[in-house]
Write a new protein. Structure first.
Length: 272
């Protein structure tokens, strides 16, 4: 019966607009998809450190540390060191690009073509491993896998394997890609949180849970129908905004302070 009701809900677009208050248990910061842009990451972290109102807040990364950009190895080392040494809570979530790398390590012949075509070549290069299309087959791709494992080392392999897919405080959940709008957050499938859901951007949740996410590029940080989108395409723009989320609203940190983007004069129920 539950599945039938879910099906009818999706088919006929049931449910009202999202109108739950933004109520995390604590203020926190979010950084979107980095994709190997080490200079942008360092600039963003320096900006946070220089802001006394935000420097000590928990910091959540939504995943996609690697691929596409030129410095995936450096970004990975940077976030690992931050999580290990920083006194704040540093939460590193799994993105679909970390999932592609893990899938490649599990089964190189099957998963090399997809990963190589979606930024894996750039990641391998950042670890000093040059590859061509010929390296996607046979014994050669197995050799690439072993070289990558060697360059990553045990600590990075353990870090990648243990990345969570969701972090929640109060009625705010942070994920990489999105969530099934009719399933409770605690019952979401990992693949949905990492890769997204077809109804995520068109159907508001009815349980009052806000979802902060990356994965889908937006021109600017955007708040719509209980969704806070933070991926502004760092690998294309070289910029990586920091988003502050609290019961007072959603702000983007900048050189001159923070800019409030929600609530503002925009209709909060405007569709994406």
């Amino acid at each position: 019966m539950g599945k039938l009701l879910d099906s009818l809900f999706r088919k006929f677009g049931g449910g009202a607009d999202f109108d739950a208050p933004l109520a995390p248990d604590q203020p926190f910061l979010v950084i979107g998809d980095i994709h190997g842009q080490l200079e942008a990451l360092d600039a963003t972290l320096d900006q946070i450190a220089s802001d006394p109102d935000h420097a000590n807040l928990p910091l959540v990364f939504v995943g996609d540390y690697m691929d596409r950009g030129p410095h995936s190895a450096g970004v990975l080392r940077r976030v690992m060191a931050l999580q290990a040494d920083d006194p704040r809570d540093i939460i590193c979530l799994r993105g679909n690009h970390e999932q592609m790398l893990s899938s490649f390590l599990d089964n190189p012949p099957l998963n090399a073509p997809v990963w190589f075509a979606n930024g894996g070549v750039e990641t391998l290069k950042s670890f000093g491993i040059g590859v061509t299309k010929l390296d996607m087959r046979g014994d050669r791709v197995l050799m690439v896998r072993e070289r990558l494992k060697q360059e990553l080392g045990d600590a990075a392999l353990s870090f990648l394997q243990s990345l969570p897919t969701v972090w929640q405080t109060g009625n705010v959940a942070v994920v990489h890609a999105g969530a099934d709008p009719v399933a409770p957050i605690e019952e979401q499938e990992d693949d949905v949180l990492v890769w997204g859901h077809a109804d995520f951007r068109s159907q508001p949740r009815q349980d009052g849970i806000w979802v902060v996410h990356g994965h889908t590029i937006v021109p600017d940080v955007r708040v719509r129908q209980g969704r806070i989108s933070v991926d502004t395409g760092a690998y294309q723009t070289g910029t990586l905004p920091t988003v502050s989320v609290s019961a007072q609203g959603v702000h983007v940190l900048g050189q001159g302070g923070s800019q409030q983007i929600w609530p503002d004069n925009t209709d909060p129920h405007e569709a994406s």
